[in-house]
Design a protein around this ligand. Structure first.
Ligand code: PGA
Length: 247
């Protein structure tokens, strides 16, 4: 079985005004040589402009979240169909900042993943344990439970990615050891294969949490690591390209 094509995705979170599009253009100019697929997920306000600015480049544009419904009375929310209409090709769902800050449980994340597929977007489904859960020896149980609960059966046959992001590693400068990353990624792979068979073996499992140019090569070379979901270091084109170049 051939290994999944790596994916390096940048998550700008709630950062980026129009001036930041110049960083995206630098990423696009430098990402062409990579064997990885490269994506940037800016705030929703920039998706359409970034898609236009990067048209014809290899860099894909993604959203950071979507509502489960296609349209309706949901003030402030954005549907997968709207993201796709604005030029997005992917969408992050279940980021820990959404799970913790907006009360999204596995069922809500699964509904969003289903919505992403319905809207023609490739979902990047995030999972990850808290520090308390890791210290209690529950990291594998928590993460595999999230994978089972957050990926709907409709994922069978559609392209998707899972991002393992330990909550305590996000924005903290801390990362798990390579052995810890490999242990969790192997458990996620086993779970995906149990759920989706060969299709579950062909989708990339990204690592996320304090990935930077200095640690990217070691992390990306780890077993079952099929790319990275990058927060802070995706805001500067030079840093993000340093990670893309480490694949
Ligand atoms: P970080 O964020 O790279 O800034 O740690 C990762 C993420 O939240 O996706």
């Amino acid at each position: 079985m051939t290994a999944p094509i790596p994916l390096i995705a940048g998550n700008w979170k709630m950062n980026g005004l129009a001036a930041a599009l110049s960083e995206a253009k630098v990423v696009a100019a430098g990402a062409g040589e990579s064997r990885a697929r490269v994506a940037l997920c800016p705030p929703a306000t920039l998706i359409e402009r970034m898609s236009a600015a990067l048209a014809g480049s290899p860099v894909l544009v993604g959203g950071q979240d979507c509502h489960a419904e296609a349209s309706g009375a949901f003030t402030g929310d954005i549907s997968a169909e709207m993201l796709a209409d604005a030029g997005a090709r992917l969408v992050i769902v279940g980021h820990s900042e959404r799970r913790a800050g907006h009360g999204e449980d596995d069922a809500a994340v699964a509904a969003k993943a289903r919505a992403a597929l319905r809207g023609g977007l490739e979902p990047i489904v995030c999972v990850g344990e808290t520090l308390e859960e890791r210290k209690a020896g529950k990291a594998l149980t928590v993460v595999t439970g999230q994978v089972k609960g957050s990926l709907p059966p409709e994922m069978a046959g559609s392209a998707f990615a899972v991002a393992y992001e330990p909550v305590w590693a996000i924005g903290s400068g801390l990362t798990p050891s390579i052995a810890e990353i490999e242990e969790v990624h192997r458990a996620i792979r086993e779970t995906l294969v149990a759920m989706f068979g060969d299709h579950g073996a062909a989708q990339p499992i990204l690592y996320g949490g304090s990935v930077k140019p200095a640690n990217a090569a070691e992390i990306l070379a780890a077993a079952e690591v099929g790319g990275a979901l990058v927060g802070g270091a995706s805001l500067k084109a030079a840093d993000f390209l340093g990670i893309v170049g480490a694949v």
